[in-house]
Design a protein around this ligand. Structure first.
Ligand SMILES: [Zn+2]
Length: 576
């Protein structure tokens, strides 16, 4: 199979070439026509599906650009207004039509004549959307879309001063790797004090979001937002009990490894107690890893690294760079976090992140690069709906790339010692991320099952859950005032509720693919490409199967994979 990054914008056959989404009145005639058009033959249905898909792609790309531009510059109010206008004035008018079109599709006698294997997941999603649609939720969802962005507005303003210079919190994080312990503690406290300064605003924002989400769930006939959201996210293949089982498995099979990692760290640093500001530190005399300094250097090195895996991967990033679809460096006024935003009509996605020169940023870059490759691979699928793949497989695409790419990380480092250290840190992260995933997931289950909780209860339950998944090797004494609110740094809680267990499920898939890679790199990459090229046209277990993976997050499976990562980590320690 040949793969090419020479991506083409979808040709328009229904909307005029120069059409742009300005307001609802410019869009309405197309929706009215689609709703009224007779579907009197299988051919007519096919054409109608293509036309609906074209409109969806154009509208979705327009909305994505509004979000991208706003997150790149949160201080520009006209960009915020453009985003809000879409969410408040266009989206609410469009939703009843989407529902109408969905019903028209399932009611058509010709729908049964569609290739049922090819359309199975697509039609299942359409039926799910019909089931969940409620007129009364339209204004609530519009408000939620706008208000959730307030998190980025609040966090984007956060900076601290270190040695007389102003840094974003992402930039300041590099001081936590410094061998100077006093400096680390000072910066750790500054970062956390800065976050605390907005704790009231973030608590109020979260309460507002929760109340509206709960109402959305009630309106749709659910007793709580968790159950509504599981349905909305299309979690057809696992339930809340599987999540609870995952939390317990993390305690049983991952926490012992986390403890070992921290014990080793403590010894290496020669400390009696390991404090939170020591976790990223290097021992005296060891320089922190600085794999790149500018965004330009980050992308050039990542391209080189991807070329080593497969030239198609490097080409995807080259194409994006040429098109100006990268905004990588951290700066004040930029929203926090990182994402790959697919652009449905033009095909090449956009990568946004907050790089400050650390190894973490390399991980984020190759992670988002994996998402980008997924976007390229699925762009050629016939319908926009075919490209809407489950988030669990999306994260397999990105997290596998974190592990695959390690073999070519030499482009980021001058010598073997640094390279080994980088790989060690990455593998430690593969393990230590699990307790945080379990914490965030478990917290959300409680939050949405208890919609009337107070802010005090929220803080106290958070600390209980956090403590369950905090290694006893770490000493947090005297830092409770930070711990009570540390959930506030997790963007997903505000912007994409319940999108977190995915990272756990996907990390297991990624480790599985990496096991394949260790045996036979070209076979593993072949499976990766084959699975991602399917987009969303298969069920989640089938997408995993296409990558040669089992869809399984049982305790036994988790324990086996963790053992493999631990062995790899031990092997690295022998080299070092
Ligand atoms: Zn991701």
């Amino acid at each position: 199979m040949e793969y090419s990054a020479a991506i083409k914008k979808l040709p328009r056959t229904y909307l005029p070439e120069g059409f742009e989404v300005r307001d609802w009145s410019s869009l309405e005639p197309f929706f009215t026509e689609l709703a009224a058009r007779p579907l009197d033959s299988a051919g007519a249905l096919q054409q109608w599906l293509l036309d609906v898909s074209e409109v969806e792609s154009v509208v979705s790309e327009d909305a994505c650009w509004r979000q991208i531009k706003m997150t790149c510059d949160t201080e520009n109010t006209s960009l915020e207004e453009a985003f809000n206008f879409f969410m408040m004035e266009i989206q609410p008018k469009l939703q009843p039509y989407s529902d109408l079109l969905n019903r028209k599709l399932v009611d058509s006698p010709f729908t049964n004549e569609l290739d049922q294997a090819k359309y199975f997941t697509y039609l299942r999603n359409v039926r799910k959307n019909i089931d969940l649609f409620r007129e009364a939720n339209i204004p609530l969802q519009a408000e939620l879309n706008v208000e959730a962005q307030q998190f980025g507005m609040i966090a984007g303003k956060m900076t601290v001063e270190v040695n007389g210079q102003e840094y974003t919190l992402q930039q300041a994080a590099k001081f936590l790797e410094d061998p100077d312990r006093t400096l680390r503690e000072e910066v750790y406290r500054k970062i956390n004090d800065r976050r605390l300064a907005d704790k009231g605003a973030l608590n109020t924002l979260y309460s507002t979001l929760l109340a509206k989400r709960h109402q959305v769930a009630l309106n749709a006939g659910f007793t709580n937002y968790r159950d509504f959201r599981f349905a909305e996210l299309g979690r057809f293949d696992y339930d809340k009990d599987a999540c609870y089982q995952f939390h317990e498995a993390v305690k049983l099979h991952v926490m012992p490894l986390v403890n070992q990692i921290y014990e080793t760290k403590k010894k290496k640093l020669g400390l009696d107690t390991l404090r939170p500001w020591d976790v990223e530190a290097e021992p005296a005399g060891v320089k922190p890893l600085r794999p790149f300094s500018t965004g330009e250097e980050l992308v050039e090195k990542t391209i080189e690294c991807f070329d080593g895996l497969r030239p198609f991967f490097g080409d995807c990033l080259r194409t994006m760079k040429q098109m100006g679809h990268l905004d990588l460096e951290s700066r004040k006024g930029k929203a926090p976090g990182g994402y790959n935003c697919p652009l449905a009509e033009s095909g090449a996605p956009f990568i946004f992140m907050n790089a400050a020169g650390q190894l973490d940023d390399v991980t984020t870059m190759v992670h988002e690069g994996g998402h980008a490759i997924h976007s390229f691979l699925s762009h050629g699928l016939e319908l926009n709906g075919f490209k809407e793949y489950p988030t669990e497989i999306a994260e397999v695409a990105s997290m596998s790339m974190e592990l695959f790419s390690m073999n070519h990380w030499n482009v980021f480092f001058d010598n073997k010692e640094e390279l080994t250290r980088a790989k060690e840190q990455q593998l430690e992260r593969v393990i230590t991320i699990f307790p945080w995933i379990a914490t965030i997931d478990k917290f959300q289950h409680w939050i949405y099952e208890h919609p009337r909780h107070t802010e005090e209860e929220r803080a106290s339950v958070w600390v209980d859950i956090l403590t369950e998944f905090t290694s006893p090797v770490l000493d947090f004494s005297g830092l409770d005032h930070y711990r009570n609110y540390s959930w506030q740094r997790q963007l997903h809680l505000f912007e994409v509720p319940f999108y977190y267990i995915e990272y756990g499920i996907a990390q297991l898939g990624a480790i599985g693919l990496w096991q394949q890679y260790k045996k036979d790199p070209s076979e593993a990459v072949k499976n990766y490409l084959a699975a991602l090229s399917l987009g969303g046209t298969r069920t989640l277990p089938d997408l995993f199967a296409a990558a040669g993976l089992e869809f399984d997050f049982s305790p036994g499976h988790i324990s086996g994979l963790m053992g493999f990562v631990k062995d790899e980590l031990d092997a690295l320690a022998q080299v070092a």
